[in-house]
Design a protein around this ligand. Structure first.
Ligand code: MG
Length: 175
């Protein structure tokens, strides 16, 4: 099961983005953040960032991190969401393919060792980040998503997650 761990186990697993410890990331020499949008920053059906999410981006900026929103969703959705935040973004990213993650890393002027990928999906965000050699943080989805592809991914994800929990790789328990 070593390969499962290498490809699908996130470096960290947290309840939501607000639990992410920036000081710890700084200690790891991480200077850039690639974040997923749907169900990571807000629910998949929420058009705009909440005040709390805006605050999160402000903190990131104040701490001097570079940031890029990398989403598999379409231009309209991603552009509208990011407009008010004034952050770079990549839409139709085709995660888990690594191309968009490498592009975001390059545009931030960073090396892969300096970048974290944050996302709610093991099959796209974590898998994509891990195989591209980036640090990965998985969050619990803000809301359950409808999409069929996502449903299938979630099914596989739950099985791998429970395997990791049995092995003791993941200590945080979903309530
Ligand atoms: Mg997502």
């Amino acid at each position: 099961m070593g390969i499962l761990k290498r490809l699908f186990l996130p470096n960290q697993y947290v309840k939501d983005i607000h639990e992410i410890d920036f000081q710890q990331l700084e200690k790891l020499d991480i200077r850039g953040i690639i974040t997923d949008l749907d169900n990571t920053l807000v629910g998949w059906d929420e058009a705009n960032p909440t005040p709390k999410v805006e605050e999160w981006f402000k903190t990131i900026d104040e701490r001097g991190f570079k940031v890029t929103v990398v989403s598999n969703n379409n231009e309209k959705r991603v552009k509208a969401f990011c407009k008010g935040l004034n952050v770079d973004y990549i839409f139709k990213a085709q995660k888990p393919r690594g191309k968009s993650l490498r592009k975001a890393t390059r545009k931030m002027g960073l090396k892969k060792e300096q970048v974290v990928v944050i996302g709610d999906q093991m099959m796209t965000d974590v898998f994509g980040g891990n195989r591209s050699g980036l640090y990965t943080i998985m969050v619990v989805p803000v809301k359950n998503s409808d999409g069929l592809a996502t449903k299938v991914n979630r099914l596989i994800e739950r099985r791998i997650l429970s395997h990791f929990k049995r092995k003791g790789y993941i200590t945080w328990e979903e309530s």
